[in-house]
Design a protein around this ligand. Structure first.
Ligand code: PEP
Length: 251
């Protein structure tokens, strides 16, 4: 039985003060929900403060990116070790990073390997664009992204990874994938590819989240699907009530 997880990607939202306020609203609600992992991913600047605040709470914390080198002359970048000081998880391969910041299959792989070496748990995002979807390429794209991102990742290390299937056309658009459609992609392409890369056991164990316009109103439909183990939530994770309701729906 896979334990559900609801992760909030705050993207480039919330100052440190705003992050503190949101976490204080989230804690009582999320701490009272049993049998679901909740992860929040604030911007880098708020990680240290938020990580202190949630020390005695059930909430876990993640970053939204990292750079693969351990240290050096890489102005503006954050190393895996720096992230690991203040977070447990890290979102990697998000479509916004692939679209706006030149993350490629190859650099996502470097980040995954570096994150795992630093003891972080990657939330690895895959998903097709609208054009790829309309051309019937969803399966090919998702399989290619997974194969590339997981190159040289041992089966033991793979056990630390969560995957998020996020169709690009559903992110921040209000145009969510149907629950059945998302489940089908996750089962037939994502879980199946994990089975081919590793084993049926690894495919059975890995938690796979759906992401793309998940809200309190539609969350339950996703969580009722057999292959969907939770959600990666963008917009709706910025409001305490909405994020708590989505997490409750996963319980
Ligand atoms: C995301 O950024 O990962 C996401 C799923 O965003 P939204 O929920 O806003 O579509």
């Amino acid at each position: 039985m896979r334990r559900p997880c609801v992760a909030g990607n705050w993207k480039m939202h919330k100052t440190v003060q705003e992050s503190i306020a949101l976490v204080k609203e989230l804690m009582p609600g999320l701490d009272s929900i049993e049998k679901v992992d909740s992860v929040i991913c604030p911007p880098f600047t708020a990680l240290a403060k938020v990580s202190d605040l949630i020390k005695d709470s059930k909430i876990e914390i993640g970053a939204q990116n990292l750079y693969w080198e351990e240290q050096g002359a890489y102005t503006g970048e954050i190393s895996p070790g720096m992230v690991a000081e203040v977070a447990e998880y890290v979102i990697l391969g998000h479509s916004e990073r692939r679209a706006y910041f030149q993350d490629t299959d190859d650099t996502v792989n470097k980040k995954v390997l570096a994150a795992l070496n630093a003891g972080l748990k990657p939330i690895l995002c895959v998903g097709e664009t609208l054009e790829e979807n309309e051309q019937g390429k969803t399966g090919a794209v998702v399989k290619r992204q997974l194969t590339a991102a997981l190159k040289d990742v041992s089966v033991e290390k793979f056990g630390k990874i969560m995957i998020a299937y996020e169709p690009v056309w559903a992110i921040g658009t209000g145009k969510a994938a149907t629950a059945e459609g998302a489940n089908q992609v996750i089962k037939e392409f994502v879980r199946d590819q994990v089975a081919s890369l590793y084993s049926n056991e690894a495919a059975d164990k890995v938690r796979i989240l759906y992401g793309g316009s998940v809200k309190p109103e539609n969350a339950k439909e996703y969580f009722q699907q057999p292959d969907i183990d939770g959600a990666l939530v963008g917009g709706a994770s910025l409001k305490a009530d909405a994020f708590i309701q989505i997490t409750k729906a996963a319980a």
